[in-house]
Design a protein around this ligand. Structure first.
Ligand code: SF4
Length: 406
């Protein structure tokens, strides 16, 4: 049985949240879950970024780590049946913490929650904040996956994005990570940058391929309203490539990475065999996860809750022993079914018509047969036995397609 089913069918608990203990035939069954801890501090705020983060001071970071420990303890007591086989330290910039602070954080997480000894443990790192000392410490703590926020290997674009590192620092960081013995490395890239040419994007891809990380995430730049880029865009001062050109960039991405042995397992994520991000797969496959910190999201498959993106109220609540302010949403069968369709179509494995019937009591052929037929005849989706997948032509316009099927 999938952990997801355990969570939904058998969980018992207080009225607010389900506590993650599964009982089958009188026996307690553990549930695999993902654990995310948000570090909402950066050295500098990038011009395009809308993640919840701020420039942190030393004492505030210390207070924050104490509060994160407090939240882990509260949730650890509530979700005693959860065993975490993926942990993701994201942000923000977790690598701006001192190694000793990261050790302290992991000691607290491990004492509050059951973290598997075989867990995939990722830390997001900014290339300018890595040293061999920090990497040696990460290894000793049990961190086994490094996610490097490179974004571009072109200094002109890095400056335009407001990144603090240079292309040379990104290259040096990658080599350092390898030298320190990490073999599970992910590199993040962004395309569709202001004034970016196809040649520049191809050069970024070729540079990433030359390093040979196991995993590459490549996201199309999205202009978020509440960012400096959002403001520049409103004033007409951002020269973004048109959609058709971004489609070409995406085609280049697939072709270049595909040719270098990276399989696209999600629309924006590519991996060599066995290097898919296990943590993110949990989100896309609707498995349970717990998120700690302001703006972090958790799901026990019956409810999803999001902590308010506000550091002050987060600190105040945890310092008085209370859960942080959060908003809770019930995951109704209809919502869960829509999310299953939406998320599984993002994956290369696609959705299973049988699973949709057995888990969600929904016959996609009966309910959306006409749309499905039209999409298939326009070569936007592929129907292959029990599986429906986005076809190559449909990948760059996935949102438009998904809307027709949910
Ligand atoms: S380093 Fe990452 S989290 Fe921080 S501002 Fe830049 S993109 Fe956002």
């Amino acid at each position: 049985m999938r952990p997801a089913d355990n969570g939904r069918i058998f969980c018992l608990g207080p009225s607010c949240r389900v506590n993650g203990i599964a009982y089958i035939a009188g026996m307690t069954v553990e549930i695999s879950a993902g654990l995310y801890a948000h570090i909402p501090f950066c050295k500098n705020l990038c011009l395009y970024c809308d993640f919840y983060s701020k420039i942190g001071s030393g004492s505030e970071i210390e207070r924050y780590l104490d509060s994160l420990t407090g939240e882990a303890a509260l949730l650890g007591r509530e979700y005693v049946g959860y065993r975490y086989d993926t942990v993701f330290l994201g942000g923000g910039t977790p690598s701006i913490l001192e190694p000793v602070q990261i050790r302290r954080l992991f000691d607290s997480l491990r004492s509050a929650m059951r973290i598997s000894t075989k867990a995939e443990i990722t830390i997001e790192c900014n290339p300018s904040s890595l040293t061999s000392e920090s990497l040696e410490n990460y290894k000793a703590i049990g961190i086994n996956r490094i996610s490097l926020g490179v974004q571009s290997f072109d200094d002109r674009h890095l400056r335009r994005l407001g990144r603090t590192h240079t292309a040379a620092e990104a290259r040096a960081a990658f080599e350092l990570v390898r030298r320190c013995g990490f073999d599970n490395i992910s590199v993040d890239l962004i395309y569709g940058l202001p004034d970016q040419t196809l040649e520049e994007w191809t050069a970024d891809l070729d540079q990433a391929i030359e390093f040979g990380p196991g995993h590459i995430s490549a996201y199309n730049l999205i202009i978020e309203d509440e960012t400096p880029f959002g403001e520049l865009y409103r004033r007409g001062e951002l020269d973004l490539p048109p959609d058709s050109f971004q489609g070409e960039m995406y085609a280049t991405l697939k072709e270049r990475l595909g040719g270098a042995g990276y399989a696209r397992y999600e629309i924006s994520n590519f991996a060599r065999p066995g290097r898919e991000c296990r943590h993110n797969l949990k989100y896309w496959r609707l498995e349970p996860y717990i998120g700690l910190g302001p703006s972090a999201v958790s799901s026990n498959l019956a409810l999803r809750w999001k902590n308010k993106p506000d550091l002050d109220s987060y600190l105040r609540s945890l310092e008085s022993g209370q859960p942080p302010p959060h908003e809770t949403e019930e995951l109704t069968p209809e919502k869960t079914r829509q999310e299953y369709i939406m998320l599984s179509l993002r994956l290369a494995e696609g959705l299973s018509l049988d699973e949709l019937k057995t888990r969600y009591d929904y016959d996609l052929i009966r309910e959306r047969g006409e749309s499905l037929k039209a999409l298939a005849s326009n070569e936007l989706v592929v129907i292959d036995g029990d599986r429906v997948r986005l076809a190559d032509k449909g990948l760059f316009i996935s949102d438009e397609i998904i809307v027709k099927l949910i």
